[in-house]
Write a protein that binds this ligand. Structure first.
Ligand code: KG4
Ligand code: ZN
Length: 426
């Protein structure tokens, strides 16, 4: 026992994670120890997990404009970093007072942040004011995602690495949506607004609970940018079995909401309005594209077009009618869920999966989780089902930190790190 404990202490690392792949600016600091590629025995302590959402800004335009999101990340990153370090008790002002002569590293920092002038303006005083924090690694999402947004996070990671000499681990956003499921459910309370969720006692990964992560697993990752069915052989070993050929499931929710005159992001609004309508055999039926094809691919753009045509056929009064909108929302949600569940369960059967893992922003959808759970109980009663707690479904820094932890042996140096909008997991 004693030996095991001291081994785990030796393995303990603190990771600072940066996530800017889309429209959430997330920074988390995680202490972690133990664990292996088979998922066993990792222990986590969430020192901080700060998310600054840009939804209010993008709402006005009905979607995310990458250039605008990039500017917001530049503005938000340093305040979010300060808050994350502060909550983790790792923010230390320099003592004695900082020297006034220019730092020899400042020219390189300027070069790295050539395209992020607003971030440069904020990071220079930050480096002058604070000491190097006690973190072992920086990890950053370098793809997939919106390229201009990814670069802001990547370049922040690069300058922190260069300035304080801390190694970087590059992480894949899709893998992070899967591995966030290693956290046990409901252990970390979240607050509204700029979200912060810390949990400063050690929590064991799912692998140590009754809910052991058994491999192989089938993961359905459904977000605003991706819809993929992934075979998870073990942590770090993946194969994409199928994916969307056009729009992602979250994108379909967002575009459908726009057609119906609802706000961005569409997923949460559609699911809320859908609660107000119980579908019946006489309800309007939308198509379930590719539901019966023998592959694991998806296509949602035809569904979007069907929604558009049906909506355009209604008169102006009906288009605004609450009952009609609720019926459309319920049917849109159900059409998407039907296809997602059919293909996921089929993949789990075909690959003899022991676990089904749900991830990505659309995994916040209550009906999707409930109906998938029921289907698994009916068809595959021996399979475990993991889904993230609701505030870990959408993008956050903590998911990046967990992935970084499992890849801590694969560090990159700051000169070589690049954003890759089309990074693949398998
Ligand atoms: O993972 P995420 O935060 O960002 C990407 O990596 O894309 O996912 C955002 C997506 C949006 O399309 C949003 O509409 C969708 O997740 N979403 C939902 C729900 N909450 C967020 N979709 C359906 N139901 C929800 N409750
Ligand atoms: Zn995401």
């Amino acid at each position: 026992m004693g030996g095991k404990h001291s081994n785990m202490q030796k393995n303990k690392v603190t990771i600072l994670a940066i996530e800017t792949s889309c429209d959430d600016t997330g920074i988390a600091i995680l202490s972690a120890q133990g664990g292996s590629a088979s998922g066993g025995e990792a222990n986590f302590k969430v020192l901080s997990n700060i998310i600054s959402s840009q939804i209010e800004i993008h709402k006005q335009y009905g979607g995310v404009f990458p250039a605008m999101a990039k500017r917001e990340h530049q503005r938000n990153l340093v305040p979010v970093l300060i808050q994350a370090l502060e909550e983790a008790d790792l923010l230390k002002a320099q003592n004695p007072k900082p020297k006034t002569q220019p730092n020899p590293k400042s020219q390189t920092i300027k070069n790295i942040l050539e395209r992020e002038p607003e971030l440069l303006k904020k990071i220079v005083p930050f480096f002058k004011k604070y000491e190097k924090p006690d973190v072992d690694f920086i990890t950053v999402t370098n793809g997939p995602g919106l390229e201009p947004c990814l670069w802001v996070g990547v370049n922040l990671a690069r300058i922190i690495s260069y300035f304080w000499n801390i190694p970087i681990i590059a992480t894949n956003h899709i893998e992070s949506h899967i591995l966030v499921n290693l956290l046990p459910l409901s252990v970390i309370p979240a607050k509204a607004g700029i979200q912060s969720s810390t949990h400063k006692t050690w929590i064991p990964s799912q692998a140590e609970n009754d809910n052991k992560v058994k491999f192989p697993a089938i993961s359905l990752v459904v977000s605003g940018g991706h819809t993929q069915i992934i075979l998870v052989k073990k942590i770090g070993s993946y194969e994409i079995l199928g994916e969307t050929r056009d729009d992602a499931a979250g994108e379909c929710f967002d575009k459908a909401a726009k057609i119906l005159g609802l706000d961005y992001p569409g997923g949460p609004i559609i699911s809320k309005l859908a609660e107000k309508f119980v579908l019946s055999p006489t309800s309007h039926k939308l198509p379930r594209p590719m539901m019966n094809t023998k592959d694991y691919d998806f296509s949602f753009s035809g569904l979007k077009t069907a929604i558009l045509y049906h909506h355009q056929k209604q008169n102006k009064k009906t288009q605004k009618d609450k009952q009609y909108i609720a019926e459309m929302c319920a049917e849109i949600q159900q059409a998407i869920i039907d296809v997602l569940i059919k293909k996921t369960v089929q993949a789990a059967k075909d690959y003899n999966a022991k676990t089904i893992i749900l991830g990505g922003g659309v995994s916040a959808n209550h009906e999707l989780k409930t109906q998938l759970l029921i289907k698994i109980h009916q068809d595959l009663p021996n399979i475990e089902f993991l889904f993230p707690q609701i505030d870990h479904s959408t993008d956050n820094g903590l998911m990046t930190a967990i992935t970084g932890y499992f890849h801590k042996k694969e560090t990159t140096n700051w000169q070589d790190l690049k954003a890759d909008a089309n990074l693949r997991i398998g």
